[in-house]
Design a protein around this ligand. Sequence first.
Ligand SMILES: [Zn+2]
Length: 416
Amino acid sequence: MYAIKVELKLNNAEKTLMNQHIGFSRFCYNYALSIYNQLDHKQYKGGSSKKIDLIKKIFTNITKKNPDFSWTKEMSSRVYQNAFRALKSAFSRHWKGLGSWPKFKKKKHPGSFTVDSSNGVILQEGGQRLKLPTLGIFRTTEAIPKCVSQTYTVSKRGERYYVSFAINAELIPPMSHEVFEPVGIDVNLSEGKYCVISDGTMVTFPKPLKAAITKLGKLQYRNRNKQLGNRKQKILPSNNARKYYKKLARLHKKVADTRNDFLEKLTTSLARKYRHIKLETLNLKGMMANGKLALHIADASFYKFKTLLINKADSHGGFVESVNQWYPSSKLCSNCGHKKSDLKLSERVYKCEKCNSILDRDLNSAINLKLAAGEHITNRVGSTRIKACGHDTADGHGKSCNARKQEANTKVDNFG
Ligand SMILES: [Zn+2]
C-alpha cells in the first residue's frame, strides 16, 4: 500500500462543491462532538463509538428532517458517514493515550473531507482524471496510474485542492522508465538552477519561488528592529509589529507552499523518467554555494526533495542510491578521472588540466555521481514491493545492487 496525493484542477462550480463538502464535514463533526460533550455519561453507558452511533441516529432521523437543515440533504451521505467515523477514531486515539480530547474543527483551519464508496473499491482509469465516489469526475494537475481505491480525502490548502488516497502497489501495472541506466543528480541551488542531471538536463528554480524568497528577505531586513513584545520586560508589541509578524507568517507559508508544489512535481517527473538515481548523502555544496538564499530554506528543500524522490522512485519501480558525502564529485574530471585539488566555488566551469575537457561544473559533478559507488536507500521499512527489474527488494534486488556497487567501485578506482 502506498498513498497518492495529487492536486485537483477545479472550475468555480467544482470549487464550490468541494467547499460545501468541507463545510458539511466540519458541521457533522462539530455537531456530533457538541452533543457528545453534553451527554449525561452516567445515563448513557458504553464506549464512545456506541454513543457516536446514537448521535448519528439522532442526526439522520431528526436533524436532517428539520427544514432548517434541509441543505444537508443535498450533500454526499458518504462525507457524512466519514465525518462521524473521523470523530470515532479521534476518540479512540484519545482513549489510547495518543491524543487529547477531540476539539471542534474551526473554519479558519485548512479544511478537508473524506468520501468513500459504499460498495467496495472503484476503478480509476488513470490519466489526468479522478473519480470521486458520489461526487463525480474531476481533473487533476498530474496524471495518476490506473488503479483502484475505496477512500478519498480532499483537502484544501490556501486556494489549492488536493486529493489523497491509498492504493495497493501490487495493482499498479508495471511502469517502464524512459531511462534505464543510472543517472547522477547534482542538487546545487546557484545561478537560478535547482539541479543538474548527468544526461545534461538542467532544472531551474521556479521564478515565483525565487520572487517570494527575495520578498521574504527584504521584508525581514526592513523590519529587523521590530520585536513582538517581551513579557518579561513587560513590553507590549506595537501595532506595526503585530502587522509585520502576520505578514511574515503569510509569506513564509507562501514560500513553503510554492516550494512543496515545485518539489512534488519535480520528483514525480524524475521518478517516472529515470529508473536508477544517484544522489549525494548531504547537500553540502548546495548549502555553501547558496549565499543568497536562506540556508534553512535550501537545507529543508534538499531533505524534502530526497524524501519525496525515494518514495516516488519506489512506487514507480525505480530506486535511489546515495553517494558518500566525502566523495569529491565536484573535484574529479568526469572524463579522465583527474582530481583537482584547488577548485574554487566561483569556478562555474570545470577545466581539466590533464585531458583538456571543459564542462559545466554542476554537470561534471552529476556525471561523477552517476559513476560513483552508491548505497541503496529506502524510506520504508520492510518494503517487499517487486521492482520493475523483477527482483524482490528483500533478497534478489539487494544482490544485484551489490554487483552494481562493485562495478562502480572499479570505475572509481580507475580514477587513481
Ligand atoms: Zn580530464
